[in-house]
Write a protein that binds this ligand. Sequence first.
Ligand code: ADP
Length: 398
Amino acid sequence: MDDYAVIINAGSSSLKFSVFRRHEAEAWRLEARGQIEGIGTDPHFSAKDGGGQSIANRQLDRSIKDGRTALGFVAEWMRDRFGGAHVRGVGHRIVHGGARYTGPTIVTPEVMKDLRELIPLAPLHQPYNLAAIEAVWERLPDVPQVACFDTSFHRGHPAVAEIVPLPRDIRDRGVQRYGFHGLSYEYIASALPSVAPEIAGGRVIVAHLGSGASMCAMKNGKSIDSTLGFTALDGLCMGTRPGSVDPGVILHLFQGMGLSAKEVETILYKKSGLLGISGISNDMRALISSSEPAARLAIDYFVYRAAKEIGALAAVLGGIDGLVFTAGIGENSAEIRKRICQASAWLGIEMDAEANERKGPRISRKASKVSAWVIPTNEELMIARHTAALLGLIEQRV
Ligand code: ADP
């Protein structure tokens, strides 16, 4: 019987999944990829087969109201499509692995206990990631699950890049810079030798610009520093998160404005960034198509902040050889890429306007001192590789 591996990326309002199949000793192949979006509001299910052909696209009823019911729906759909499949393992994207999880890990009750302790550090993501593991456990108690962390790729940063300069007793309780979007960066690092070989061994800044946004400074495919730190709030301006703000502002929210911790959390995770500045939307497409001055300001700040962080990471790397754009905005918005490259022209980036419009992969001129690229990320494939590798180990042991 063929083996199947299922990859799950569970968020607060979406559940993305991929199904990989292996026939006897052949390599794992993508069979299906899909998602439920709008969980809790207006759930919609779509899926494509391994060749990218649509195999499902429909609204769901409101009974799909949380991660558990969404996962139940996907499980039923898989049973219909792949009836009787032998699921060898389930891989999950987990946002926070703390300092301890430096690579993918097979989930045990002890691992779950550690990961639950990290929920306060990633309240927007970690609870949903862990709920998916629990939901799978209930349905498939004997199937191994693999946790793949967004923080792992950044472990091994130099001490100066990890430190949060607060007193020792606070740092001893886990307060340090962790970095996120690691599965995306790890995938890009793995793609560089084939897509952009001339920079793969060099100094590269990867800009993951999606609803969440960050940048990673890489040297020879390894992460050296990142704009996200202790939580996924630092650095760049994001859809609903502010990126770096003076910590004195946060103190003022508590002391001067008398807000509660919950209110401050909601402001920082859900009401700031592009949404907070524009008052219109957290969606870059909506802002680009708006003529409101506040929408312009939000985009201007997004670009300004991105250029500023590129300058900072270029200093960390001692200059750069390449700049890579990825994720929703980075892959799809020629306008934002153009503006960020223009603001970074001082580094030696000369954009090729035509290549930028057709999404590269190379979007800088041949003569450009620093090259610029668009490389679509694939976090699910990265999770699949890790899951298959760990499952391979299990098979050898059995
Ligand atoms: P996440 O996975 O973090 O939810 P994505 O990587 O899917 O986010 O990125 C979502 C962002 O990408 C949204 O702000 C969306 O507006 C933006 N985006 C997608 N397509 C385009 C486009 N053609 N032009 C500008 N922004 C886009």
